[in-house]
Design a protein around this ligand. Structure first.
Ligand code: NAG
Ligand code: NAG
Ligand code: NAG
Length: 407
């Protein structure tokens, strides 16, 4: 019986909140006006790049030659206070929702769940728990939380020379404590100090680079220099995620956590094509979008994943969501459908990319699009820009000034 209530808790975490979100906003908005507003009145940002140097994300080296338990020690010693602060915030907001029952349950059952996670991730999480004094269960939650609560925009474009650029905004913290006075999401605020660039090295040389929230050991944004770039966007599904997680809890561990699979790909794949094959064919716990860029012309793909199935949309092909074929945009909706009126970040992104034009495609061009509201919103924690051919990898903490939409 007890493990049953744990399943319920996770189900609620994964599904209830997006559901409430759609219900509430269905009531609260005038659909037609809102669409009109978005389509007619997007003003594409320009001259936003580079942002102030103070917004640059700090870099840490993760030494893959160390045993997994020790790899994250230095980072987590530095970020311990911020991590505790974030967990306290998540506790406050989810506890009011679950009447104080959630965290005792998680502390009890998530360590059991942790023990089922694949290596080296389990050892890495144990190391983080030791250094910070945070319960292994809570660190585990922290590592599966992002898979279910992230909203994002990712885009790949190629310049007139065929060079591939990849950019993304990572939006996180929906429902977790809207501060009416300050117009901020408390959890999003608590996350910003945790954003770090990680340089994963072996033998003193970079193998891949990522942007992470300190304490998270999977990958949501990464680049293998000279080879490929990869980002993950959340894909909502009423049924997909929760079935997969329940199966995992019941002992079927054949599927992959998406963030860990991304890190496996960064580790093992040596080319765009290898990455494409792994991301397309591996079984997943929950639906996601993988946005993959390669190192030459037309190497770009949006991989829309279910737990077993995959739709691959390649650069160079149009779709109902965009007629231009020199870029690909993914937010959190299938490219063959229109995004919902209450969360349309795709239409403005497509509009601004078309306005910019292929000749102007560059990291600074992508940054301007990613700085355009509502692609840039109150949930945006960071913007990452990647140029695979030069190895340029940079990320910036983002803080949307008022007036700015909550998401
Ligand atoms: C859009 O912009 C036009 C002119 O710039 C303005 O007249 C109109 O009221 C705006 N529409 C909305 C919905 O804000
Ligand atoms: C709102 O912002 C003010 C000033 O930055 C800060 O002192 C206050 O604590 C914030 N309120 C909350 C609820 O975080
Ligand atoms: C692109 O990736 C392939 C496959 O890994 C590699 O052989 C090739 O040298 C790379 N090209 C460039 C220009 O880096």
């Amino acid at each position: 019986m007890k493990s049953f209530s744990c399943v319920h808790t996770l189900v609620a975490l994964v599904f209830l909140l997006p559901f409430v979100f759609t219900q509430v906003w269905d009531q609260g908005f005038d659909n037609e006006n809102f669409l009109y507003k978005i389509q007619e009145n997007v003003s594409c940002a320009d001259n936003q790049y580079p942002p102030p140097a103070s917004d640059k994300v700090p870099t840490y080296v993760i030494n893959l030659d160390l045993p997994p338990k020790l790899r994250w020690a230095q980072l987590m010693i530095d970020k311990k206070e911020s991590a505790l602060h974030l967990l306290q915030d998540i506790k406050t907001y989810t506890d009011s929702f679950f009447r104080g029952k959630l965290f005792p349950l998680l502390d009890k059952y998530l360590p059991l769940m942790a023990k089922t996670l694949p290596e080296p991730y389990l050892s890495e999480l144990k190391g983080i728990a030791e250094v910070t004094g945070i319960e292994l269960g809570e660190i585990t939650l922290y590592n599966i939380f992002y898979e279910v609560f992230t909203l994002c925009t990712s885009m790949i474009s190629q310049g007139a020379n065929g060079k591939i650029y990849h950019g993304r905004n990572l939006d996180f913290g929906l429902f977790l404590g809207w501060d009416v006075k300050n117009h901020t999401w408390q959890t999003t605020e608590a996350l910003r100090p945790l954003v770090v660039e990680l340089d994963f090295q072996r033998g003193g040389r970079t193998v891949y680079k990522t942007v992470n929230f300190a304490g998270y050991v999977g990958v949501l944004t990464g680049m293998k220099p000279g080879r490929f770039t990869l980002t993950l966007d959340e894909r909502f599904s009423m049924e997909g995620g929760f079935v997969g997680i329940i199966r995992w809890l019941l002992g079927d561990h054949s599927a992959n956590w998406a963030g860990f699979l991304m890190r496996d790909v960064m580790e093992k794949a040596d080319s765009y094509h290898q990455a494409l094959t792994t991301l397309t064919t591996s079984k997943l716990l929950a639906p996601v979008y993988f946005i993959l860029g390669g190192n030459t012309t037309d190497q770009g793909a949006i991989i829309t994943r279910g737990r077993n199935e995959a739709d691959v949309w390649f650069m160079g092909r149009g779709s109902v969501s965009q007629t231009s074929t020199w870029y690909l945009v993914e937010t959190n909706y299938d490219h063959w459908n229109q995004p919902p009126f209450f969360d349309d970040r795709r239409t403005p992104a497509v509009h601004c990319l078309d306005k910019m034009g292929r000749e102007a495609a560059s990291l600074s061009g992508l940054f301007n699009v990613l700085a355009t509201k509502p692609i840039f919103n109150k949930l945006t924690t960071y913007t990452c820009l990647m140029d695979v051919s030069t190895g340029q990898f940079e990320s910036w903490i983002r803080n949307c000034p008022d007036p700015c939409k909550p998401w």
